[in-house]
Design a protein around this ligand. Sequence first.
Ligand SMILES: Nc1ncnc2c1ncn2[C@@H]1O[C@H](COP(=O)(O)OP(=O)(O)O)[C@@H](O)[C@H]1O
Ligand SMILES: [Mg+2]
Length: 318
Amino acid sequence: MKALIRTDFNFPGQQSVYHGKVRDVYNINDELLVMVATDRISAFDVVLPEGIPYKGQTLNQIAAKFLDATADICPNWKLASPDPMATVGLRCEGFPVEMIVRAYLCGSAWRTYKSGARKLCGLPLPEGMRENQRFPEPIITPTTKAAQGSHDEDISREEILSRGLVSEADYAVLEKYALELFRRGSDIAAQKGLILVDTKYEFGRRGGEIYLIDEIHTPDSSRYFYAGDYETCFRKGEPQKQLSKEFVREWLMENGFQGKTGQQVPEMTPAVVERISERYIELFEQITGETFIKDDTGSLLSRIEQHIIHYLSKKSIP
Ligand SMILES: Nc1ncnc2c1ncn2[C@@H]1O[C@H](COP(=O)(O)OP(=O)(O)O)[C@@H](O)[C@H]1O
Ligand SMILES: [Mg+2]
């Protein structure tokens, strides 16, 4: 088992490369993006010191599937996934906000609620809610898309508009798309015995059109519960079994790390790394209903490079 921590390719037509927290993003002729999902893992906006074998493959393959399964709702950036760890698609001008849709009160929203706040991103919340309780309707709690190295922050619809981050007309489209995508994601999850609890979407502009960009419905961008256990756990006030990165965040918090400056990331032993890897594979299998095929990790770099060069060379032929 080997994890892919970083790539440094030089593709034909490459203008620049951006090493995100998790993905390596190559700009090809300002037209296309090659996005390699590495095995890096981030939590609380910090990249953790160890990579997680197969994580990149599970993320890329789940995102590719859901982009295909939602293409009738709104245009998306994906053109092809020439390698299990990479997707190539259209480069868009990203909106500086992340559209987070929540159907249940949990994660950071619960932490905010528990501290006494009854407003989330400008939306009033009812008194007396409990952790993991379902909202009457899914809500949108946007965040800013912060510059590299800083934290995304909650923001209200009003502030997005008054600061001119997104125009009112565009924002209405983002809201509509986000809610429709979430409904589709929830339906697909329900067919697999899962609840799509919350998720994050990013959108961008290209020409006159708004595109869905980035990954969707992956364990990094979403939280899933097991539908069959939900009611019982909720009634007893027990934690839900989570198929998401929340268990990584919980493990970090139990060990004194919440991403605050000065805090130390706890040691990630091989056993911890393996457990996280297994959880990502488990989610892949649950959400897709397919057996995860572990690709050979021996020559990851050259395999990815060859697949992408081959795809790009075919593409440039008219
Ligand atoms: N089609 C696209 N056009 C432009 N930018 C995109 C597109 N799809 C994804 N991105 C951007 O690529 C980056 C993906 O890498 P990621 O590891 O998530 O980085 P980050 O640390 O910025 O979240 C994100 O910044 C995302 O906004
Ligand atoms: Mg990201």
